[in-house]
Write a protein that binds this ligand. Structure first.
Ligand code: SAH
Length: 290
């Protein structure tokens, strides 16, 4: 806009910042995925990712916190220092950064942080996304099953925003081993909330299941998973493990056998496409290392 004087423009720039976040670094993957590293005004790192899919979907993955206080053993974000919850606009500005360059069709709250630990800001941001062209139905909030926030999500959010649960193990014993948060909020309680969500919203709950070689990927695990979940309520999304140190990813054959087992048990499992691994932008790799 140039019909405003330079002096006024300078004053506006100083007083009304364009964004709550400053872009520090951006990387583009061979598959077209773009990862942006921002800093908050106080210098806390925040990452967001734009993924382009062949079917035309343009999906943005948003962070809800700088770092994460949880310590899931397979996730790089848990290994960096936890800074703080992001505000509503610090979440929206990540999406706006990508929206300025082109339309976005989907948003997933699957970046850094645990959205249900920052319930108010996450829900407020999600409710504004339709203004950016992303409907509630195309918005997904992913959680480890942090019950206080999850309960509020079920009780208070009437919009058809989708829920995803990072399950990763079919028993409490194994889940506690790889996700210490499970000691605090056991599986039965978390799944009961998911059932309530399904009853109230009539939408299926996505279940994320990262495939860790020799840890949670046997046919016995698949059997336990099939016994634990009702396929009419839960949609299983298997995630190939993105290397972060501790584990090895399951082989293609193991993943195929696991998937076939679930399929035969009445599920329609999907295997998540890995995007942006070469720029450390894939699931579990966000750790603000540029
Ligand atoms: N804290 C929320 C939001 C993050 S979503 C949650 O956990 O649901 C990020 C997803 O990627 C989660 O399902 C997480 O468990 C998964 N993930 C973490 N580390 C991963 C890795 N190394 N490889 C693949 N997926 C991973």
């Amino acid at each position: 806009m140039t019909n405003v004087s330079i002096a006024l423009r300078e004053r506006l720039e100083a007083r009304v910042p364009f964004s709550t976040l400053e872009l520090v670094h951006e990387a583009t993957s061979v598959d077209g995925t773009v990862k942006a590293l921002f800093h908050t005004a106080g210098g806390h790192p925040v990452e967001a990712v734009l993924m382009l899919f062949r079917d035309g979907r343009r999906s943005v993955c948003l962070s809800s916190q700088s770092g994460c206080p949880l310590t899931c053993t397979f996730c790089a974000t848990g290994q960096m220092q936890f800074r703080r919850n992001l505000g509503e606009w610090e979440i929206l500005d990540q999406a706006l950064h990508f929206r300025r360059r082109g339309p976005i069709s989907h948003v997933v709250f699957m970046g850094m942080g645990e959205p249900m630990l920052n319930f108010d800001a996450v829900v407020a941001a999600a409710r504004r996304l339709p203004d950016l062209g992303v409907t509630n139905r195309r918005t997904t909030v992913s959680t480890v099953g942090w019950l206080p926030g999850l309960r509020r999500f079920v009780d208070e959010v009437e919009e058809p925003i989708r829920l995803a649960l990072s399950l990763h193990a079919p028993t409490d014993a194994l889940r506690s081993q790889i996700m210490p948060v499970n000691d605090r909020f056991p599986l039965d309680d978390v799944l009961a909330e998911c059932l309530r969500y399904h009853e109230l919203r009539r939408r299926r709950v996505f279940v994320e299941y990262v495939m860790l070689q020799g840890v949670n990927d046997s046919l016995d695990h698949a059997r336990s998973l099939a016994e634990l979940l009702d396929p009419t309520i839960f949609k299983v999304n298997m995630i190939p493990y993105n290397p972060t140190g501790m584990f090895e990813g399951s082989s293609r054959e193991t993943m195929a056998a696991f998937k076939d087992f679930l399929h035969d048990a009445g599920f329609s499992p999907t295997l998540r496409l890995t995007r942006g691994r070469d720029i450390a932008a894939a699931c579990g790799q966000l750790a603000a290392t540029a």
